[in-house]
Design a protein around this ligand. Structure first.
Ligand code: ZN
Length: 305
């Protein structure tokens, strides 16, 4: 039996949020429809943060209103606090992802708060989402490095993961927010967190390809037993706090690697390259992904798994 790899498509949120061009609600809904048609089953579709903070996500309610609802498709809403959770619940998200920073500098600039205050709030939100019987995950941002503080102590990340696990999360994602991690660090940190939280919590990797280590990091995560990875079609995105940052690892490039390694994803590679071409048109720039340029291998076969 080939092993399953679950890919969480983050282009509608992490991708678009960091692009200069704002997409219309209709274009975002079209993007999500195309992703569903390509076989994607978990999509970070919306972000319920204050619209002044992230103008690109101000239409999250309208997006959730218009996306196709299917039992086998899960739309994830990103929240930072109880107010965001209330909005996400009202909008009918299928899953909630809470976000906590592992570094004080990022916590201050990104959420105007401290690491301790944010994880305390996250614990509260996790409890509330669990009460509503909705799956809940946490993304620990700047897990491998911070644009303001530099190195991040892995012990801090493990401590945050342990608190999230005790609060009852279904899944813990380590976010390499500014794309500084290297594979050895990925192996060490995921292994340390697995040892700390046990097998009851799924682990997920969130890698940016800012320094061309994103795919090597994804491979390291796979080798460490991680079976859920975030990616964005075309590799769109960036980070407003990190100049020259590129986006998430590209879904189609990750699919190529995963399918050729024998993992099943249920996602069609060629369909995702078409989605990336759609995004390039909407954003009016080329995307960093390579599979749309080179094509799969062997030609026209083996692209779907
Ligand atoms: Zn990200």
């Amino acid at each position: 039996m080939p092993e399953q790899l679950s890919i969480v498509e983050v282009s509608p949120r992490d991708g678009l949020q960091n692009e200069k061009t704002l997409l219309s609600t209709g274009a975002k809904v079209s993007l999500i429809e195309q992703l569903v048609d390509a076989g994607v089953r978990r999509i970070e579709a919306a972000s319920f943060v204050h619209p002044k903070l992230v103008p690109a996500m101000a239409d999250s309610e309208a997006v959730m209103e218009a996306v196709p609802r299917r039992d086998d498709v899960s739309y994830i809403g990103l929240v930072l606090n109880s107010r965001g959770w209330a909005r996400a619940q009202a909008a009918g998200v299928d899953e909630v992802n809470v976000v906590a920073s592992a570094s004080e500098g990022f916590a201050q600039r990104n959420q105007n708060s401290s690491v301790e205050a944010i994880i305390s709030e996250a614990e509260q939100v996790i409890a509330e989402v669990r009460q509503a019987a909705i799956p809940v995950s946490i993304t620990i941002t700047t897990s491998f490095g911070c644009p303001f503080d530099g190195e991040v102590d892995p012990e801090v990340v493990v401590g945050l993961a342990a608190r999230a696990a005790r609060a009852g999360v279904d899944e813990i994602a380590l976010g390499d927010t500014i794309g500084v991690a290297v594979p050895t660090e990925v192996t060490r940190l995921f292994t340390a967190i697995r040892d700390e939280v046990g097998d009851g919590v799924r682990l997920r990797g969130h890698f940016h390809n800012t320094r061309n280590t994103g795919y090597a990091n994804a491979y390291a995560a796979l080798q460490a037993g991680v079976r859920v990875l975030d990616a964005s079609a075309g590799g769109i995105g960036g980070c407003p706090f990190a100049p020259a940052a590129t986006g998430n690892i590209a879904t189609e490039d990750l699919l190529y690697l995963a399918h050729r390694m024998g993992y099943r994803t249920g996602i069609d590679l060629e369909a995702v390259t078409s989605v990336a071409a759609f995004l390039a048109g909407e954003l009016q720039h080329d995307t960093p992904a390579l599979l749309g340029k080179a094509g799969g291998f062997p030609p026209r076969e083996g692209s779907t798994s």
